[in-house]
Design a protein around this ligand. Structure first.
Ligand code: PXP
Length: 243
Protein backbone atom coordinates (compact mmCIF):
# COMPACT_ATOMS: atom_id res chain seq x y z
CA UNK A 1 0.00 0.00 0.00
CA UNK A 2 1.50 3.33 -0.93
CA UNK A 3 0.91 6.19 1.49
CA UNK A 4 1.75 9.81 0.91
CA UNK A 5 2.51 10.73 4.54
CA UNK A 6 5.51 8.84 5.90
CA UNK A 7 6.21 7.67 9.44
CA UNK A 8 9.65 7.75 10.98
CA UNK A 9 9.81 5.86 14.27
CA UNK A 10 12.16 7.16 16.94
CA UNK A 11 13.47 4.13 18.85
CA UNK A 12 15.62 5.96 21.44
CA UNK A 13 13.41 4.69 24.27
CA UNK A 14 14.31 1.10 23.41
CA UNK A 15 17.93 1.95 24.12
CA UNK A 16 16.90 3.87 27.26
CA UNK A 17 15.37 0.69 28.62
CA UNK A 18 18.46 -1.33 27.79
CA UNK A 19 20.81 1.25 29.33
CA UNK A 20 18.71 1.29 32.52
CA UNK A 21 19.90 -2.25 33.26
CA UNK A 22 23.17 -2.37 31.36
CA UNK A 23 21.93 -5.46 29.54
CA UNK A 24 22.05 -6.24 25.82
CA UNK A 25 18.26 -6.14 25.48
CA UNK A 26 15.94 -4.72 24.30
CA UNK A 27 17.99 -4.29 21.14
CA UNK A 28 17.30 -1.20 18.99
CA UNK A 29 18.23 -3.15 15.85
CA UNK A 30 15.50 -5.71 16.61
CA UNK A 31 13.11 -2.81 17.29
CA UNK A 32 13.97 -1.29 13.91
CA UNK A 33 13.18 -4.60 12.19
CA UNK A 34 9.78 -4.78 13.93
CA UNK A 35 9.00 -1.19 12.85
CA UNK A 36 9.93 -2.13 9.29
CA UNK A 37 7.60 -5.16 9.39
CA UNK A 38 4.80 -2.92 10.67
CA UNK A 39 5.16 -0.53 7.73
CA UNK A 40 7.27 2.34 9.10
CA UNK A 41 9.18 4.33 6.49
CA UNK A 42 12.31 5.25 8.45
CA UNK A 43 14.02 4.88 11.80
CA UNK A 44 15.21 7.83 13.87
CA UNK A 45 17.89 7.57 16.54
CA UNK A 46 19.37 10.46 18.49
CA UNK A 47 23.05 9.96 19.25
CA UNK A 48 23.31 12.38 22.15
CA UNK A 49 26.64 13.75 23.30
CA UNK A 50 26.03 12.22 26.77
CA UNK A 51 25.16 8.83 25.14
CA UNK A 52 22.24 8.41 27.56
CA UNK A 53 20.39 6.00 25.27
CA UNK A 54 21.65 5.26 21.75
CA UNK A 55 25.34 4.27 21.68
CA UNK A 56 27.84 4.61 18.85
CA UNK A 57 27.72 0.83 18.32
CA UNK A 58 23.94 1.03 17.79
CA UNK A 59 24.40 3.57 15.02
CA UNK A 60 27.05 1.44 13.29
CA UNK A 61 24.95 -1.74 13.61
CA UNK A 62 21.80 0.01 12.40
CA UNK A 63 23.67 1.36 9.40
CA UNK A 64 24.43 -2.24 8.39
CA UNK A 65 21.36 -4.13 9.58
CA UNK A 66 18.40 -1.72 9.61
CA UNK A 67 16.07 -2.49 6.70
CA UNK A 68 14.84 1.14 6.60
CA UNK A 69 16.56 4.47 5.92
CA UNK A 70 18.08 5.97 9.07
CA UNK A 71 17.47 9.50 10.23
CA UNK A 72 20.32 10.33 12.62
CA UNK A 73 19.30 13.05 15.03
CA UNK A 74 22.26 14.94 16.47
CA UNK A 75 23.69 18.18 17.78
CA UNK A 76 26.08 20.15 15.62
CA UNK A 77 29.07 18.83 17.58
CA UNK A 78 32.24 17.86 15.71
CA UNK A 79 32.61 14.45 17.38
CA UNK A 80 29.09 13.46 16.29
CA UNK A 81 29.45 15.06 12.86
CA UNK A 82 32.48 12.80 12.28
CA UNK A 83 30.34 9.73 13.06
CA UNK A 84 27.62 10.94 10.68
CA UNK A 85 30.21 11.47 7.95
CA UNK A 86 31.45 7.91 8.43
CA UNK A 87 28.01 6.26 8.66
CA UNK A 88 26.36 8.35 5.89
CA UNK A 89 22.78 7.99 7.14
CA UNK A 90 20.07 8.72 4.58
CA UNK A 91 19.05 11.71 6.66
CA UNK A 92 20.57 13.77 9.45
CA UNK A 93 18.37 15.95 11.64
CA UNK A 94 20.31 18.67 13.44
CA UNK A 95 18.81 19.55 16.81
CA UNK A 96 19.80 21.76 19.73
CA UNK A 97 21.01 19.73 22.70
CA UNK A 98 21.29 20.55 26.39
CA UNK A 99 22.81 18.14 28.87
CA UNK A 100 20.11 18.64 31.52
CA UNK A 101 17.05 18.35 29.28
CA UNK A 102 14.77 15.30 29.38
CA UNK A 103 14.16 15.59 25.64
CA UNK A 104 14.85 18.12 22.86
CA UNK A 105 13.25 21.24 24.29
CA UNK A 106 13.17 23.84 21.55
CA UNK A 107 14.03 24.34 17.93
CA UNK A 108 17.48 25.29 16.62
CA UNK A 109 18.53 28.94 16.74
CA UNK A 110 19.42 28.91 13.05
CA UNK A 111 19.88 32.70 12.82
CA UNK A 112 22.19 32.86 15.85
CA UNK A 113 24.26 29.84 14.74
CA UNK A 114 24.04 30.38 11.01
CA UNK A 115 27.66 29.91 9.98
CA UNK A 116 28.45 26.71 11.92
CA UNK A 117 25.13 25.22 10.83
CA UNK A 118 25.62 26.16 7.18
CA UNK A 119 29.06 24.54 7.22
CA UNK A 120 27.77 21.30 8.75
CA UNK A 121 24.76 21.17 6.41
CA UNK A 122 27.10 21.43 3.44
CA UNK A 123 29.58 18.85 4.73
CA UNK A 124 26.82 16.33 5.42
CA UNK A 125 24.90 16.93 2.19
CA UNK A 126 28.08 16.71 0.10
CA UNK A 127 28.66 13.40 1.88
CA UNK A 128 25.29 12.07 0.70
CA UNK A 129 22.98 12.65 3.70
CA UNK A 130 19.84 14.75 3.35
CA UNK A 131 19.95 17.34 6.15
CA UNK A 132 16.96 18.42 8.14
CA UNK A 133 16.89 21.27 10.66
CA UNK A 134 14.60 20.92 13.69
CA UNK A 135 13.00 24.32 14.18
CA UNK A 136 10.08 26.19 15.63
CA UNK A 137 7.65 27.41 12.94
CA UNK A 138 9.08 30.93 12.77
CA UNK A 139 9.24 32.66 9.38
CA UNK A 140 12.70 34.25 9.77
CA UNK A 141 14.12 30.98 11.12
CA UNK A 142 12.68 29.07 8.16
CA UNK A 143 14.20 31.58 5.74
CA UNK A 144 17.57 31.08 7.44
CA UNK A 145 17.11 27.28 7.14
CA UNK A 146 16.69 27.61 3.37
CA UNK A 147 19.79 29.82 3.20
CA UNK A 148 21.94 27.14 4.88
CA UNK A 149 21.23 24.90 1.90
CA UNK A 150 19.36 22.34 4.03
CA UNK A 151 16.68 20.64 1.99
CA UNK A 152 14.39 19.63 4.85
CA UNK A 153 12.96 21.17 8.00
CA UNK A 154 11.33 19.33 10.85
CA UNK A 155 8.76 21.56 12.52
CA UNK A 156 8.84 21.25 16.32
CA UNK A 157 5.32 20.23 17.30
CA UNK A 158 6.12 19.87 21.03
CA UNK A 159 4.63 23.18 22.24
CA UNK A 160 1.40 22.49 20.33
CA UNK A 161 1.18 18.88 21.52
CA UNK A 162 1.77 19.83 25.17
CA UNK A 163 -0.63 22.80 25.22
CA UNK A 164 -3.94 22.32 27.03
CA UNK A 165 -5.60 25.74 26.86
CA UNK A 166 -7.88 25.65 23.78
CA UNK A 167 -6.98 29.19 22.67
CA UNK A 168 -3.28 28.40 22.95
CA UNK A 169 -3.75 25.08 21.12
CA UNK A 170 -5.52 26.90 18.26
CA UNK A 171 -2.87 29.63 18.09
CA UNK A 172 0.00 27.13 18.07
CA UNK A 173 -1.70 25.07 15.36
CA UNK A 174 -2.11 28.21 13.23
CA UNK A 175 1.63 28.89 13.65
CA UNK A 176 2.49 25.35 12.57
CA UNK A 177 0.23 25.63 9.52
CA UNK A 178 1.80 28.98 8.57
CA UNK A 179 5.27 27.51 9.15
CA UNK A 180 4.51 24.55 6.88
CA UNK A 181 3.27 26.95 4.15
CA UNK A 182 6.41 29.10 4.48
CA UNK A 183 8.77 26.13 4.41
CA UNK A 184 7.05 24.70 1.34
CA UNK A 185 7.17 28.09 -0.43
CA UNK A 186 10.92 28.17 0.30
CA UNK A 187 11.31 24.79 -1.40
CA UNK A 188 11.94 22.86 1.81
CA UNK A 189 10.60 19.38 2.52
CA UNK A 190 8.30 19.61 5.55
CA UNK A 191 8.62 17.06 8.35
CA UNK A 192 7.16 17.40 11.83
CA UNK A 193 7.78 15.81 15.17
CA UNK A 194 7.74 15.86 18.94
CA UNK A 195 4.91 14.93 21.26
CA UNK A 196 2.67 13.51 18.52
CA UNK A 197 0.23 10.84 19.70
CA UNK A 198 -3.06 9.29 18.61
CA UNK A 199 -5.06 12.09 20.31
CA UNK A 200 -3.36 15.09 18.73
CA UNK A 201 -2.64 13.40 15.38
CA UNK A 202 -5.93 14.49 13.70
CA UNK A 203 -4.97 18.15 14.18
CA UNK A 204 -1.37 17.53 13.13
CA UNK A 205 -2.79 16.10 9.91
CA UNK A 206 -4.26 19.52 9.10
CA UNK A 207 -0.71 20.79 8.45
CA UNK A 208 -0.19 21.23 4.71
CA UNK A 209 2.71 19.76 2.68
CA UNK A 210 3.72 17.16 5.28
CA UNK A 211 6.22 14.58 4.10
CA UNK A 212 7.16 12.69 7.28
CA UNK A 213 6.10 12.57 10.93
CA UNK A 214 8.79 11.46 13.37
CA UNK A 215 7.22 9.87 16.44
CA UNK A 216 8.82 8.06 19.36
CA UNK A 217 7.50 8.39 22.89
CA UNK A 218 3.83 7.68 22.24
CA UNK A 219 4.57 4.64 20.06
CA UNK A 220 6.93 3.04 22.57
CA UNK A 221 4.55 3.89 25.44
CA UNK A 222 1.66 2.17 23.66
CA UNK A 223 3.90 -0.74 22.70
CA UNK A 224 4.53 -1.42 26.41
CA UNK A 225 0.83 -1.77 27.12
CA UNK A 226 0.07 -3.70 23.96
CA UNK A 227 2.87 -6.14 24.74
CA UNK A 228 2.60 -6.42 28.52
CA UNK A 229 -0.22 -8.96 28.57
CA UNK A 230 1.60 -11.16 26.07
CA UNK A 231 4.87 -10.92 28.02
CA UNK A 232 3.18 -11.96 31.29
CA UNK A 233 1.34 -14.86 29.67
CA UNK A 234 4.54 -16.01 27.96
CA UNK A 235 6.43 -16.05 31.25
CA UNK A 236 3.66 -17.84 33.14
CA UNK A 237 3.61 -20.50 30.42
CA UNK A 238 7.39 -20.88 30.68
CA UNK A 239 7.11 -21.22 34.48
CA UNK A 240 4.63 -24.06 34.04
CA UNK A 241 6.03 -26.29 31.31
CA UNK A 242 3.72 -29.07 30.26
CA UNK A 243 5.35 -32.39 31.19
N1 PXP B 1 11.84 14.80 16.31
C1 PXP B 1 12.88 15.28 17.03
C2 PXP B 1 13.82 16.22 16.37
C3 PXP B 1 13.06 14.89 18.37
O1 PXP B 1 14.08 15.40 19.08
C4 PXP B 1 12.18 13.94 18.93
C5 PXP B 1 12.42 13.42 20.32
O2 PXP B 1 13.63 12.74 20.36
C6 PXP B 1 11.14 13.46 18.13
C7 PXP B 1 10.98 13.91 16.83
C8 PXP B 1 10.17 12.45 18.64
O3 PXP B 1 9.43 13.01 19.68
P1 PXP B 1 8.51 12.09 20.57
O4 PXP B 1 9.42 11.09 21.24
O5 PXP B 1 7.89 13.05 21.54
O6 PXP B 1 7.52 11.45 19.67
Amino acid sequence: MSRSLKLGVNIDHVATLRQARGTVYPDPVEAAKICARAGADSITVHLREDRRHIQDADVYRLSKECPLPINLEMANAEEIVQIALEVQPAEVCLVPEKRQELTTEGGLDVIGNFQPLEKTVQRLQENGSLVSLFVDPDEKTLEACAQTGARVVELHTGAFCDATDPAEVAALLRKLIAGAETAHRLGLQVNAGHGINLNNLPRILTLPHLDTLNIGHSIIARAVFHGLEHAVRELIAAMNPTP
